[in-house]
Write a protein that binds this ligand. Structure first.
Ligand code: NAP
Length: 246
């Protein structure tokens, strides 16, 4: 495992699920984690409590990544306190599944605003800080739905494909400044995001996976830490699948 002592990591959606696992992994490897959550204060407080052993190396901020003004205020605070950051993980994401023919504009827009526009606004502010030190790692959490498609997920699939397009263009803008930009694409991972699936659906989806199981949060976090490490200096613009062969 890599040592991240002294590095500052901003993680969106840090309070639950995959983001929480990524936060814990970075904290265990010595990083300072500046986490962002949407509206669930209870989950954020719970994580802060669970992480008391890490003291001031974990901060959690309420910031809706779909609101540019909130992202701006958040990064102003980060810059005042830390000057720059080393790593950004764009992990905050939601699903609002509906067949396209029945999809209301709000379900379309909300998913695009949080999953894709949130990745844009967070990355824009982070790049400006990373440019100060000519070093950085940006990792966007996308999904296999971006390339495979899934009925009921035109909004989610478009937002996740958009993250890959953003990644591939941004990496070309920042390559010479030693800022790498990559995606991690987890398959089915057991988190609250899948809470609405019935037992039947869970069984059917597991059958789709050649390894016949869902992935673990820790398995995603380990890959994130590798791409965020100094060892991954020559990897940029890539999408790393973690999906049991899906
Ligand atoms: P999750 O358990 O539902 O957690 C989502 C996290 O995102 C929470 O911390 C939530 O904070 C935060 N969030 C939601 N809306 C936000 C907003 N507007 N601003 C800031 N934070 C916000 O989800 P997950 O399963 O860990 O998924 C994390 C990422 O992995 C997502 O991008 C998802 O698309 C992707 N992914 C997941 C799977 C899977 O099978 N689970 C598979 C592929 C990709 P609050 O609770 O405060 O709202």
């Amino acid at each position: 495992m890599q040592d991240f002592t002294g590095q500052k990591v901003v993680i969106s959606g840090a309070s639950r699920g995959i983001g929480k696992g990524i936060s814990l992994a970075f904290l265990r490897q010595g990083a300072t984690v500046i986490g962002v959550y949407g509206g669930n204060r209870e989950a954020a407080d719970k994580l802060q409590e669970e992480c008391s052993e890490f003291g001031e190396r974990l901060q959690l901020h309420q910031c809706d990544v779909s609101k540019a003004s909130q992202v701006e205020t958040f990064f102003q605070q980060v810059e005042e306190q830390f000057d720059t950051i080393d790593i950004l993980i764009n992990n905050a994401g939601i699903r609002r599944d509906k067949l396209l023919a029945l999809m209301d504009m709000e379900s379309w827009q909300q998913v695009l605003d949080i999953n894709l526009t949130g990745t844009f606004t967070m990355s824009q502010k982070a790049v400006l800080l990373m440019l100060k030190q000519k070093y950085g790692r940006i990792i966007n959490i996308t999904s296999p739905v971006a390339s495979m498609g899934f009925a009921g997920q035109t909004n989610y699939g478009a937002s996740k494909a958009g993250q890959i397009g953003l990644t591939r263009s941004l990496c070309k803008e920042t390559a010479r400044k030693k800022i790498t930009v990559n995606c991690i694409s987890p398959g089915f991972i057991d988190t609250d995001l899948l809470d609405d699936l019935s037992d039947e659906q869970m069984k059917a989806y597991k059958k789709l996976v050649p390894m016949r199981r869902f992935g673990k949060i820790e398995e995603v976090a380990a890959a994130v830490l590798f791409l965020a490490s100094k060892d991954a200096a020559y990897i940029t613009g890539s999408v790393l699948d973690i999906n049991g062969g899906l």
